[in-house]
Write a protein that binds this ligand. Sequence first.
Ligand code: VGL
Ligand code: ZN
Length: 194
Amino acid sequence: MRLKLTAKDALIIVDVQRDFCHGGALAVPNGDAVVEPLNSYVEAFKATGLPIVATRDWHPPNHVSFRERGGLWPPHCVQGTTGAEFHPDLKLPEDAIVISKATHPDEEAYSGFEGTELAELLRGKGITRLFVGGLATDYCVKMTVLDALRLGFTTLLLEDAIKGVDVNPGDSERAIEEMLSNGAIAINLSDLKL
Ligand code: VGL
Ligand code: ZN
């Protein structure tokens, strides 16, 4: 595939935060590996002057997804903590748009569109095609991609810039299949015409 970036494109970087990477509270196996390819995508979007969005999991300390409240996860990405920071090696430009999600104590939100202004913001900029990568393939990337498709965005999955949790073996593979069967298109850096 040979893809050329156009004025209707935006890059969506999902939850590349310390807690999802090596040594973090909810480390995704090999999560750090998304940083380098994402930095290359950032370069391409920056060079073309296109919007770069970074979503972040931004939980209050008593979030419903935490085990102490019967949720699935250890406490992670608590608002204002080091673990909630973006990966230190991720080269987000100054003008990147940060979208915080799952900020309400009693509501889980895996998708960057859920309970946020993301869709309106993108539409306001005339964006129709999204390039989505980040963490984790089988949770926030998947739900963000499925929402993007439902909302009518052409959605490209950055296959070389995603990693999954795989609570059950094969979860990430199944998540990718689900995204593709719903209309997402898998691409790699080499598909970008730079
Ligand atoms: C995520 C589990 C819990 C994610 C967020 O970003 O994929 N996964 N919270
Ligand atoms: Zn979370």
